[in-house]
Design a protein around this ligand. Sequence first.
Ligand code: GTP
Length: 607
Amino acid sequence: QDLQKIRNFSIIAHIDHGKSTLADRLIQRTGGLTEREMTRGQMLDNMEIEQERGITIKAQTVRLKWKAADGETYELNLMDTPGHVDFAYEVSRSLAACEGALLVVDAAQGVEAQTLANVYQSIEHDHEIVPVINKIDLPAAEPEKVRAEIEDIIGLDASEAVMASAKSGIGIDEVLQAIVDKIPPPKGDRDKPLKAMLVDSWYDPYLGVVILVRVMDGVIRKGQQVKFMQAGTTHLIDRVGCMTPKIEQLEELGPGEIGFITAQIKEVSQTAVGDTITDVKKPATEPLPGFKEVQPVVFCGLFPTDAADFEKLRESLYKLRLNDASFSFEMESSAALGFGFRCGFLGLLHLEIIQERLTREYDLDLITTAPSVVYKMHLSKSKTEDAKTIELHNPADMPDPNRIASIEEPWIEATIYVPDEYLGAVLKLCQDRRGIQKDLTYVGHGSSTRAMVKYELPLNEVVFDFYDRLKSLSKGYASFDYHQIGHREGDLVKMSILVNEEPVDALSMIVHRSTAEIRGRGMCERLKELIPRHLFKIPIQAAIGGKVIARETISAMRKDVTAKCYGGDATRKRKLLEKQKKGKARMREYGSVSIPQEAFIAALRMG
Ligand code: GTP
């Protein structure tokens, strides 16, 4: 394929601004699917439909053929990118595979923080960015205002922004023509040794691991022996192809092209995003720049509510990992919760996705322990051991406090974009979470003015409920984006929660000394409401070391449930007792105290 006739691009958009709808339209317009296939729903976003058709999930890249105004047919590769901060590295590799991007902005909503972060990333990759103002069909659309916002806020020339309605099909040809005209063709040399970037991979039950690649130099073809330079493994390519979005097999992919390969690989953990694929016989000397191994940053314990589900949980985790090498798990046992797994995630959203899939697809009832970030503990010399630094993933494994010389915690830089009226509340929230303000600017004009604040925050203060709080105090208007900026020393301590004098390890957490008391008090108050009364008094305490910093007491209950039944209606009494038994099954016994499972999750939500 002539490089001049190829265009590789991604779509940048804030959630709900119409990325999927536009992608569908582009596929439809270029003949990838018939009208009937289209009406079945969004092609790039729909698992069920994809499975039905044997099109593989993961909304990967699609190849579009478009006859442009010059009469020539172009190959347009639309690269789908995950839209969330948790998957920043994957996003960066997808972007590195493209030369340009469509920036889709909702004509009624305007520019949002998440969009900004992605746009800046795209600019860093030297992308040509084509603004598309979408949803111009909406009565509330203000395309001119949004055009000005794109220029003022992002600093892009939006004078030739395409006005579109992905829903009504307005401006679709213009978008395609703009891709051909504005986005530069890829560069690459067919005669050089093969260098292809591993952009993404996923597990397909029929094909095994499917790998999305972007060829930089050389050619990748069927039957070729290739080497993965970072992993150090070699494989025989057995399939080469592209998605239109139907699978189309090809003989080869040349420089500048994006497509997929398979090589009888069984697990995605063997295919690291960002790896360089080269030819075994005629290898490249250097791998592509920018390779990074992804590491989980948020850890929590997952325990089956019903201990009998442990094996099922293990199997489900294995299955999920087939398709997602970025989360980790290892067995963990807890005095309170029994056997479960300590799992690592790229971020809170990632955690929620996995948790949700376990609950919904695998029908598991789970208890999640307090999410924790990774702390660096500097330990001083002991009688038997030298001084050393360890990484702590689980507050339950906290070493002897006497040996801790210092603790470092991860920090992030957050960008928050919020209408002026909610700014005060946002600043207070950041301040309460030990934030350090770095920047505060106003963008836009008149009624569309919004504040953009940058804060440095400890990740520990963000993982619990920061995002929820931010959304609720801004009535949903604030948007939030962050990236990690390294570890810093902090005055951190382990806070234990004791129920009836017994420490509940699932509830222990590492907190900053300055916020320990507030956190501890909040936790005790919430547990007081969540733990039902027993026949005896139950003290609930938060403690640091041996020192109690907060305390609540659940008073004793005297009456039996059945005492409510006047007379001797036996059936009624039996029903009540059965109900009580059922309720019990969802409880966890702590010594002599039963804690409902909801209490764990609810208690962890900071008020
Ligand atoms: P995520 O997949 O959640 O990131 O959203 P997205 O950006 O892919 O947005 P999606 O295409 O799912 O569109 C979000 C909503 O906006 C859907 O209800 C669409 O039907 C609607 N929508 C998309 N484009 C248009 C448009 O041009 N006009 C109108 N009125 N609605 C649109």
